[in-house]
Design a protein around this ligand. Sequence first.
Ligand code: ZN
Length: 135
Amino acid sequence: MTDTQSRAGFEQDPFAAAFPETREFWAAAEQGRLVVPTCEDCGRAHWYPRAHCPLCGSARLRWTQASGRGTLHAFSPARRAEPQYTLAYVTLDEGPTLMTNIIDAPPEALRIGQPVVVRFQPAPEGRMMPFFAPA
Ligand SMILES: [Zn+2]
């Protein structure tokens, strides 16, 4: 995971390039930091990134560092996938709910409401992706 020389990085990642409004998110992920869009008017964080706050309509948004901690809101193992993975919704301590994958734990070991922490892993295209593991 620490071998950044062998990866293209988010600058060359086609997904990250296709959504320039997410550039800061991928740049922070490269450093192992999870950031979320936060509204300067209502003070609340939201997900996914967009031009206006979905909670109050304000356009005054900034990226703020999240704790990387949250709780497992829902999950579904993709047993027919190869390799298998567990799709999940994680609600961050800051409020927003993200769609993600749970790693480092079999689905049998998971339960709704359990605490999870972010873990970054490289996507094949180059960017670092936030996944979550039991805390
Ligand atoms: Zn707002």
